[in-house]
Design a protein around this ligand. Sequence first.
Ligand code: PMV
Length: 345
Amino acid sequence: MATAVSTPNIAFIKYWGNRHSDWRLPAADSLSMTLDYPTVEVSIEPADVFSVHSEKELSTNEIGRFKKHLELTKKYLAQKGYKLKAKSYKLTIHSHIPPAIGLASSAAVFSAVAKAYAALIEEQDIRLTDEQISILARLGSGSAARSIMGGFVALQTTNYSLQTDDIDSAIAIQIAPASHWPLYDIVVCPSLKEKEHGSTEGHHLAHTSPHYAERLRQMPRRQQECIDAILQRDFEKLQRVAEEDALDLHKVAETSTPSLKYLTEDTHRITREIIKLRKREHLAALYTMDAGPTVHLICTEDAVKTVKEFAHAQKDCTVFETKVGSGATILTDRHRDPPQQEVSL
Ligand code: PMV
């Protein structure tokens, strides 16, 4: 059995739309910060029949997604000449993340699943690289690829010149480790109600928006500006490009057919107020929203106290205080139950 722990990530440059939906090959590159909290723990053990167990009751569709992910994982491993030992597996998921509210719960889950399969492969003395494990994660959820690594992580198309649609043509790459820039993400959730349209549906519909082609044209510039902002620790530059990209994603989602409206009046009120507050107090704080009404307030160490106060003052909202984290890890028995230290004098 292998157990892995992982966390969500928050995208500054967001993945929206695929160029190959079965492999979840993104139509453009994206970039995120891995968070340190809340966590998901996934254990995988050999079994005769495939099954998934979790506190939350899973629909047939959700179980089907994990099953398909295992099939794709086997397919990718076979291409490398590797094979999981068992015919099937039992997955057990313990999640501390409210699902489907724009807090990247699927990113945390599939990065943990991928890391656990990689640990099972490692029992055969085959060590997959983090980039290869990010491919396994991407086959379950595109953004999950980025949670394999800590710090600031890009999901990049490989072989740009060829633009191939191979299963391994997009991998996660760490731009900078967590220690590079201690940013916080104070997450304000106006509602814990699960959204009606998942991001998988959003990816399918992206091309129906009249704004999508322009979004794809702008993506390489935004990705580069974001990488530069992170490497230079330039918060103003990061704020400009991350807010531009978040608003653009929601413009595409809202103008697709059918229209996907993830943002609510509460979302707009919170973003309006944070803009006022940061002007008044010269705060290094930016807002961004994934596919849900949840507002992520990214800020520096200097701003975090004020941003936390602001977040907790939002009526009827649930707040998660997170910061940049170190990515998916394998939970060994040593981590679960630390042995008593024997001290010999
Ligand atoms: O990985 P998915 O299929 O859940 O898509 C993630 C989509 C966004 O969260 C909106 C953007 C992103 O890059 O994380």
